[in-house]
Every structure is written in structure tokens, then in C-alpha cells.
Design a protein around this ligand. Structure first.
Ligand code: GDP
Ligand code: ZN
Length: 458
């Protein structure tokens, strides 16, 4: 168990006018007090109170910054250690200087995620909650933030704990039976266990079905916009982003689209990737080679294929359609404000049953239909139910699959009337696999790896 005192700037480094330094550990209060000058010694003040004062440079005896200091004594703190938070007001340079002074007093600069790790180590939160905190820091949309904060709240943990409890009860029955085997009791136990195991299996399955949506919320839908030069790819990107980050131009083939941009569509993060990767040259398919175009599209969760309503279908369009048909594509016929030249019947016959939306990006027509089509395609409306417990974390998904696998083995074993001690092993394995989600029986190196993904100061 770490017992040193750690410090870090807890707010984002940037233009904010207030920056907070967080300190945690047994010597937090004493060490900060050595630099603090105010009405009272921090060692005397009541816990969970805020004090005004100055942080003094011990070498020059000058004030480094005017501060508000919050003193929070263990155990009612985030880390369950003594915590001091120092709000600095003088901008980034004084903050850095205050931090340096604290380190000179003998504190250690916290590693990324170390505060949250201590909260976990001291039993304040469990592992899935910690990961929820991490996702919260990173989340790209409100909806994703909501899911992450529910997880930080311990929603997933409670569910996992309930499942583990169910398994444990089955195991308890088993233990009695294995010790005192009597035919009748055994039969009864097997039936009860079968029912319980099926329930657990079902619950895990339900959690796993939220995983796809969870992943989408967490990572964004990797989206690629393709289409001939000048059909309006950049314009659409801009319209979706409601801001002008990509450069729009009249000259075909000169558009330089951004490499990656997040766009919030009805609460779903679209990650517009590698838009420039599909080169905007006349002979796109020839130049990249069909094989390489495949690869570029293969990474996409969603392809938006743009066609030009005011021009006839060209050979290049057809090649792009051919490519797009093998992916999750929405066909967008753009420039409907211009005189129609595109043979829509022909288009429909080529695109098969891909969804088709007509737009005029410049006239702002059809965009909400497109957004709806995207939302439908990925979430089938289910995203509206904020009540579901979403599994968003790859590690959690892996553990759930592992647990499900063991429970299924157990179910099969019971059905085939295998010896109960074999089934006991399967159920124990399932119990352990679920436990790893909430940090029970997790190897030390895994814990370090998880916490090292945090931002500094968290
Ligand atoms: P890209 O090469 O596919 O990225 O196409 P751009 O987004 O750069 O657009 C090319 C030109 O078409 C620009 O002058 C846009 O203003 C114009 N444009 C885009 N969408 C529409 C539309 O719906 N209607 C009309 N009339 N012009 C459009
Ligand atoms: Zn472009």
C-alpha cells in the first residue's frame, strides 16, 4: 500500500482562469500548511472547509499565488486519505510554481490515474466504477457521459454483484450436496441450479447486447464519406459538424478534408475518419486499387456515399456503389436544388436495398432525415432508453463473454447429468470471471495498466 503524499494539477491545462491542485496522502495537510499563509494553520481548521490565503515561496518568502484551500480529512474523501485541494487564481505559471513548491516539500507528482487508483485500493470505489470515471473524462457526447457516469455510480457493479451472488448461492447448494450426496437432494439441486444458471446466462446475454451500442457511444461510429470530387463531401461534413473546420472549395480535387473529426448526431458520436484517405482524384478507384479502397472502407462502421443529383451517373459512381454495397452504407443524393440529371431509377437498381436519402446541403434540406437514418441504422431507437445498463468497456465485454462461456458449460453439464463437482468448477470460473469486472481477484499488473490510462490529476 502506498503511503506517500502525491500531488497533481487536477484541472485541464488551458485557458481556464482557475486551476486546482489536488493533494492526497498522510502528509497532505502538514506539507501544504508549511507553504500556506492565512488566518489559521491548516492543521487546526475543521475538515471539509475552504480557507483563503497565500502560498509562499519558502526561498524568497514572496507570495506565489492567492489561493483557496480546501482541507478534507480522511476517510470522507475521494481517496479515503487526507486530501487538500488548492485553487490557484493566477493562471498557469503560478500553478506550476505552487506545484513545484509542493514537490520540493517532499510530495511526489501523481501518476496518471493515481488518485482514482487510491480510491480503488482503499475500497472507496470498485474497478468498474474507476473505469467509469475514466470514460467520463474521455466521453465525447452527453449520452456517452451519462452512460459513463452511471457506471461510475456503480450501476454495472451492482448488476455484476447480483449475478455473482446468484452463482454463489448455487455453489452453496452444491457444496452441501457434494459433501452429503443423496439421490433426491441431488436431483432437486440440479433442477434449481439449472434454472438459476439459465437466469444468469440470460442476464449476461442481455448485458452483452448493450455492448455494441456501448462501444458506439464510447468510441464513436467510424464514418467515411466517399463520392466523386465536388459532390459535396466537405459541405456535408461541415453541415454535420455545424462548424466550418473542413475547407470547402469550388475546384474539384482540391478539397483537403480533415483526417478525423467528431460530430454529434442525435447524441451519437460520429467519428469521421480518413475522409482524405479516399483520394479525391478523377480515377479514385483505379488509383487506390479496388483492394486498397476495400481496406479503407473496411475500417468504417458507416459509409456515406454521395451522388450528385445534377449530374448523370458515371462509371466512377458505379464503382463506388459496388464498393459501398459491401458495407453499412447510406446513399446520399446531394444537390437536389439543382436541375435533376441523375436517373434515380437506375440508382435504386444499383444500390439494391441500401437506404437512400436526398439532400441539398447548401439549402439545408434532408439533413435531419439523414441524421435520423444514421440514428436508426445504429441504435434502432433503443438508445432513447437511458435506463439500460450499458457495457462500454472492452475488458468488461471480454470478461462477460468468458463468464457466459463457463455458465453455458455448467448448463450443458447439468443437462447431461455430469457429476456435480465438474459443474462446480464451471460455476466457480464464471464467478471469478465476473469478479474481475469489479476488480475482485484482479492481478496487480492489470490494475496498474488500467489506471495508467487516466489523465493526470485524476
Ligand atoms: P467535395 O469535393 O465532395 O468535398 O465537395 P465540396 O463539399 O467541396 O463541394 C463542392 C461544391 O459544391 C461547393 O461549391 C459547394 O458549395 C457545392 N455544394 C455542396 N452541396 C451542394 C448542394 O446541395 N447544392 C448545391 N447547389 N451546391 C452544393
Ligand atoms: Zn472535399
Amino acid at each position: 500500500m502506498e503511503t506517500d503524499t502525491i500531488a497533481a494539477i487536477a484541472t485541464t491545462v488551458g485557458e481556464a482562469s482557475i486551476a486546482v491542485i489536488r493533494v492526497s496522502g498522510p502528509e497532505s495537510i502538514v506539507m501544504v500548511d508549511r507553504l500556506y499563509q492565512g488566518k489559521h494553520s491548516l492543521q487546526e481548521v475543521e475538515t471539509h472547509t475552504v480557507r483563503y490565503g497565500h502560498i509562499i515561496d519558502p526561498l524568497s518568502n514572496h507570495s506565489i499565488d492567492e489561493v483557496l484551500v480546501t482541507v478534507m480529512r480522511a476517510p470522507r474523501t475521494f481517496t479515503r486519505e487526507d486530501v487538500v485541494e488548492i485553487s490557484c487564481h493566477g493562471g498557469m505559471i503560478p500553478v506550476q510554481k505552487v506545484l513545484e513548491a509542493l514537490l520540493a516539500e517532499g510530495m511526489r507528482l501523481a501518476e496518471p490515474g493515481e488518485f482514482t487508483k487510491r480510491a480503488f485500493m482503499n475500497g472507496r470505489i470498485d474497478l468498474s466504477q474507476a473505469e467509469g470515471v475514466m470514460d467520463l473524462i474521455r466521453s465525447k457526447t452527453d449520452r456517452a457521459a451519462q452512460v459513463a457516469s452511471q457506471q461510475a455510480d456503480g450501476r454495472l457493479s451492482r448488476l455484476i454483484q447480483r449475478l455473482r451472488q446468484d452463482i454463489l448461492e448455487s455453489l452453496a447448494h452444491l457444496a452441501v450436496n457434494v459433501d452429503y450426496p443423496e439421490y433426491d437432494a441431488e436431483q432437486l439441486t440440479a433442477e434449481r441450479m439449472l434454472a438459476k444458471s439459465r437466469e444468469v446466462e440470460q442476464a449476461i446475454q442481455e448485458l452483452l447486447t448493450t455492448a455494441r451500442q456501448g462501444k458506439i457511444l464510447r468510441e464513436g461510429i467510424a464514418t467515411v464519406i466517399i463520392g466523386r470530387p465536388n459532390v459535396g463531401k466537405s459541405s456535408l461534413l461541415n453541415a454535420l459538424a455545424h462548424e466550418n473546420r473542413a475547407i470547402v472549395t469550388d475546384i474539384p480535387g482540391t478539397t483537403r478534408d480533415v483526417i478525423e473529426e467528431f460530430v454529434n448526431v442525435r447524441g451519437i458520436p460520429l467519428r469521421l475518419v480518413d475522409t482524405a484517405g479516399i483520394r479525391e482524384t478523377e480515377d479514385i478507384v483505379e488509383k487506390m486499387g479496388v483492394e486498397r479502397s476495400h481496406q479503407a472502407l473496411a475500417k468504417a462502421d458507416l459509409v456515406l456515399l454521395l451522388l450528385n443529383h445534377s449530374e448523370e451517373l458515371e462509371e466512377e459512381d458505379r464503382k463506388l456503389i459496388e464498393l459501398a454495397r459491401q458495407h453499412a452504407t447510406i446513399v446520399v443524393v446531394n444537390k437536389t436544388d439543382l436541375p435533376p440529371r441523375l436517373d434515380m431509377k437506375k440508382v435504386r437498381s444499383f444500390i439494391d436495398d441500401l437506404p437512400l436519402i436526398t439532400t441539398s446541403v447548401t439549402e439545408e434540406q434532408g439533413l435531419s432525415e439523414l441524421e435520423q437514418a444514421i440514428a436508426d441504422r445504429f441504435l434502432g431507437g433503443a438508445i432513447q432508453s437511458v435506463d439500460a445498463t450499458y457495457v462500454t468497456n472492452t475488458r468488461h465485454i471480454h470478461q462477460l463473454k468468458e463468464a457466459q462461456h463457463h455458465v453455458r458449460d455448467a448448463i450443458e453439464g447439468i443437462e447431461q447429468e455430469m457429476p456435480l463437482d465438474m459443474i462446480e468448477i464451471d460455476l466457480k470460473n464464471a464467478w471469478v470471471a465476473l469478479g474481475e469486472i469489479i476488480g475482485d481477484a484482479v492481478a496487480e499488473d492489470l490494475i496498474d495498466q488500467i489506471f495508467s490510462q487516466f489523465c493526470l490529476g485524476k
